[in-house]
Design a binder for this molecule. Structure first.
Ligand code: ATP
Ligand code: MG
Length: 356
């Protein structure tokens, strides 16, 4: 059956980097991948055209797609918009919410060729391959009540950290299944010494564990997990945590790899439909210059093939091609170092295509 892919280039460097990823997608089609590829507008570019960051026509296309490839949204042009609901970032949040994309997969992989660019000593990160599974649609970012109000004559701000058992269970299952496919180790991160919501979190993870007897489950408090990530990151395989802890830990893990320009991500819903995007933003400072690193977006296509389209062999081909190009010493400016050759966005795309 022909599956549908929606490409949403977005703003800033989004169009340049998704153009390179689309070429790889086309190469996959030439190798037999049976997909139909459509494009749509989201973010600032959608606001300019339709007056809103997530037009109904885009949302309809997104709902009908098996997978979405997103570039990035936002930029200074739209930062002054008074109406927060019109901001480009709301387009992205709207997609996550409307599609129920609760499972955020953020790999942190240090390519040996780039280990010297890490914030840590190369020997601590060479060969690093962690998968952070972050809950994306619940937790303190969405809990009610929330607000700022006057109590006893002064203003107080408050948010509520809530997870239901079913929310914990479904992200837990994503993480256990991920661990089964990888190194069979799952570390659940919480703050169960202080927060009741995470006592429940820990309980549910323990309850699931017997269903995945081949996976070794451990628990870690988030403060310790942050420390361990920068002390000895290779001890981790899969980590699972809530929305806020995951936000923070995955950014820290990203820096271990040396470059935000190399990191893909996936956000999945219950039916396996997914949105795939680079971890970085729209990089308005370098937009339109053909210098941005397209590899995070190209690697996002590999994740799409693996997690939404069930094409692991093609995914591996893309990842191998990226490794080969790095072996050959080609680098975009963000990952350049002594002895490497600096290439443009499109030249990097050319090179990956040749190696594919
Ligand atoms: P957002 O709020 O959307 O995350 P941001 O401003 O926080 O945006 P980025 O847009 O990711 O973050 O940019 C941070 C820095 O990283 C910028 O200097 C940008 O040029 C650089 N950068 C981001 N992505 C890339 C890329 N693919 N290639 C090269 N440099 C990049
Ligand atoms: Mg940012």
């Amino acid at each position: 059956m022909t599956r549908k892919i929606l490409v949403l280039p977005g703003d800033g460097i989004g169009p340049e980097i998704t153009a390179q990823a689309s070429r790889i997608l086309a190469a996959c089609q030439a190798r037999g991948l049976d997909v139909e590829v459509e494009e749509g507008l989201v973010g600032g570019s959608a606001y300019d055209e339709h007056g809103e960051p997530l037009p109904a026509v885009t949302l309809d296309k997104a709902k009908a797609a098996d997978a979405i490839l997103l570039g990035a949204v936002g930029g200074p042009k739209w930062d002054k918009l008074e109406d927060l609901a019109k901001r480009p970032e709301k387009g992205l949040l709207g997609l996550r919410k409307n599609l129920g994309l609760f499972g955020n997969l953020r790999p942190a992989i240090t390519y040996p060729q780039l280990a010297s660019a890490s914030s840590l000593k190369p020997e601590l990160v060479a060969g690093l391959d962690i998968m952070i599974v972050r809950e994306l649609t619940g937790g303190i970012y969405f809990g009610q009540p929330r607000g700022i109000e006057v109590r006893n004559g002064e203003r107080v701000g408050f948010n509520t950290y809530v997870y239901s058992e079913s929310e914990i269970e479904r992200i837990g299952r994503v993480a256990f299944e991920m661990a089964q496919k990888r190194g069979k180790k799952l570390c659940s991160v919480d703050k169960a010494n202080v927060l009741e919501v995470t006592i429940l979190w820990r309980e549910v993870m323990e309850r699931l564990a017997p269903e995945y007897p081949d996976v070794e489950l451990s628990h870690m408090y988030v403060d310790n997990a942050a420390m361990q990530l920068v002390r000895a990151p290779k001890q981790f395989d899969v980590m699972v945590t809530g929305n806020m802890f995951g936000d923070i830990l995955s950014d820290a893990a990203a820096m271990l790899t040396g470059s935000i320009g190399m990191l893909p991500s996936a956000s999945l819903n219950e039916s396996g439909q997914g949105m795939y995007e680079p971890c970085h933003g729209s990089a308005p400072d370098i937009a339109g210059q053909n210098v941005a690193n397209p590899l995070a977006t190209i690697l996002s296509v590999a994740m799409m093939l693996r997690y939404s389209l069930d094409e692991p062999a093609l995914a591996q081909r893309i990842e191998d091609a990226v490794g080969k190009v790095l072996d050959d010493g080609l680098r975009t400016a963000d990952i350049a170092s002594e002895g490497t050759r600096t290439v443009s966005t499109s030249e990097m795309g050319d090179a990956v295509l040749r190696a594919f």
